[in-house]
Design a protein around this ligand. Sequence first.
Ligand code: NAP
Ligand code: F7E
Length: 346
Amino acid sequence: MENNMKSALITGITGQDGSYLTEFLIEKGYMVYGLVRRSSLFNRSRIEHIIEKKPDQLKLIYGDLSDSSSLNRILEKYTPDEIYNLGAQSHVGISFEIPEYTSDVNGLGTLRLLDAIREVGIKPKLYQASSSELYGRVTESPQTETTKFHPRSPYACSKAFAYYITQNYREAYQLFACNGILFNHESPRRSENFVTRKVTLSLAKIKNGYQDKLILGNLEAQRDWGYAKDYVEAMWLMLQQDKPDDYVIATGQTHTIRELVEIAGEACGFNIEWQGSGLNEIGIDSVSGNVIVETSEKYIRPSEVDYLCGDSKKALEILKWKPKTSFKELTQLMMISDLKNLTQID
Ligand code: NAP
Ligand code: F7E
């Protein structure tokens, strides 16, 4: 590593955001260290193109947010200038099945990282991946940095702990630590069990005859969806300011799951019309007359977040950040990517 080169450690580098952030930082000339955990299946698909093209600017290191000693060892050895804590069990629905594990990785994992910084005695700038899930049952709209939290899942509770412990280390130890309260952000690299990607991938499969139906849960939920590639720039901008602070990152537009299905369907050549209600609601493609969407109890959460819509005015004023990609553009680019990938299989 050259002496004047900035360095960053990314936890969660193999995930959606980690891969876009790595591309972004490498483009800016950073040396990137990525914490990777051991898994029985090799999980580098989102970053293998970077490993191939920029081997001198990217180093992967085995570690885990549930293993303090690995965090201490990595910080001591690589002393990064910036740390992006993106590692998490990030699926809200699954957090109801594995609440303790989710809390350990997302909540205590953040504490382990913060305390490793303190123990090792370095002063990096830290970005904490906080979430709009903190707002849960919303008390005002749109949601800002001052809106009250009401977490509605073990995931959201674990992220609430991480949010407050990050603030506490900022106040107690003068650590330059920022919470980015990011609303949902998606991309063709989104895991297949989040609703946007599930919709685009399933519709692409239905179109190509690999699947009959798309089965969903709550169609009424409303989300403020942005493009992950736009959002990673905001993470970096937070760490380039003179003082640490917390910021909402959002588009300010909200849509239902039903609208998501309609727009993705349109981009795929379907014209979806709805019949029935609740768990009896179905989506029919008026072109073929086939029922292609059904609903199932299986995807209904014990407690749901009905509505989210963020106000990122503070990010615009201070970071000069605003989203570049509309919901329709995002859905279309995900749809096109999934259709293209399926054609390549043939
Ligand atoms: P993601 O695709 O699920 O990626 C999660 C990453 O965390 C993966 O690299 C995963 O590694 C890693 N990880 C999981 N458990 C770990 C552990 N015990 N130790 C170290 N790493 C671990 O999530 P994402 O969408 O990129 O989100 C990034 C972060 O932002 C997460 O903290 C998420 O909770 C938060 N967030 C996301 C959104 C959103 O809409 N995407 C919004 C707000 C906040 P493997 O590849 O080995 O599984
Ligand atoms: O669900 C509904 C579901 O799993 C969105 C994570 O990145 O963003 C994400 O959390 C909505 C919910 O994302 C299905 O009930 C209906 O209301 O795509 P999702 P999420 O729960 O909003 C936040 C900001 C994060 O921080 C998280 O890490 O869609 N929904 N039917 C469904 N959801 C899924 N997954 N699958 C369905 O079949």
